[in-house]
Ligand binder design. Structure first.
Ligand SMILES: [Zn+2]
Length: 290
């Protein structure tokens, strides 16, 4: 018996599969294509080659939280003493979404990380900690909930001081709103989970546009990286420097580029990177396995 439906069934199932796969694709916007459009120095194809991995969590606007791990090189691990491990360095860029150069710089570092001795460390790199802010039109400092993520970390002084500081010192500047509660934001919780899980020995965060180097924590403070001189700004309730440097007793280096919208000349980018490597080499040696 002739059964046209039986012949059609494979084609029909292919068609249905194609239709049902569409919403899934639409729900996962191409992160690197969006970054490539936003950051002039990060072409989409170059971003794709960096091998960033998406966390299971998504931001409020549906963007991925991306990271990449670079374990220490095998020959560096082989050269470690007994019971030692490579130091771990966590890099966090773009926590303020309108500081485009701060994110661009971290993408640049990802291209340099295999050079020289940098792979004596285990790096975890988060180039864009606030994708909703960076990819907003126009880009904005806060996340999609209007929270300044760098005031949302759960520092011990948060409950008492974060809102008081916001009201009296910033006059309720909406760009500096610390959130309704400490750690209320998915991005802050995710960053916190990276700190808990990766257990970094150093955190490096990039910002703009103050053109300086800031430092919190127990190691010897750096004097300058490239043209950026140390100028300690002090800590704020809920800031990463306060949380990591004061509360968790980790060295937290804050790099403030001089311009939020464009990177410094390549030579200066290189000097910042090289001076950071020198500081790490002198101050952050191999750790005992605990
Ligand atoms: Zn900033």
């Amino acid at each position: 018996m002739f059964r046209p439906l039986a012949l059609l069934r494979p084609a029909l199932s292919l068609l249905l599969a194609a239709i049902f796969s569409l919403p899934a694709q639409a729900a996962a916007p191409d992160w690197c294509a969006q970054i490539g459009k936003r950051l002039g120095s990060v072409p989409t194809e170059q971003c794709r080659k960096l091998g960033l991995e998406a966390a299971p969590e998504k931001t409020r606007n549906g963007h991925a939280l991306m990271r990449r791990d670079y374990p220490a090189a095998a020959q560096k691990i082989a050269a470690l003493g007994k019971g030692e491990r490579a130091p771990r360095i966590l890099i966090i860029g773009g926590i303020h979404g309108d500081e485009l150069a701060a994110a661009s710089l971290v993408f640049r570092w990802m291209r340099w990380i295999d050079e020289g001795d940098a792979r004596q460390y285990h790096w975890r790199v988060i180039p864009v900690a606030n994708p909703d802010g960076l990819l907003a039109t126009p880009p904005q400092r806060t996340n999609a909930n209007g929270v300044d993520l760098n005031r949302n970390f759960p520092t011990p002084d948060w409950s008492e001081d974060a809102h008081a500081y916001w009201q009296s010192k910033t006059r309720k500047d909406p760009r500096r709103f610390p959130g309704k509660q400490a750690n209320s934001e998915i991005e802050t919780r995710w960053l916190n989970a990276q700190i808990e899980d990766f257990k970094p020995d150093v955190i490096v965060a990039t910002h703009a546009p103050y053109g300086l180097l800031d430092y919190d924590g127990p190691a010897r403070q750096p004097r300058r990286f490239g043209h950026l001189n140390l100028n300690r700004l002090g800590v704020y309730p809920g800031s990463l420097g306060n949380y990591g440097g004061v509360h968790k007793k980790l060295p937290v280096i804050t790099i403030e580029l001089p311009n939020a919208n464009s990177l410094p000349p390549l030579k200066e980018q290189r000097e910042i990177w090289d001076d950071m490597q020198t500081w790490l080499r002198r101050n952050i040696g191999p750790r005992q396995v605990s």
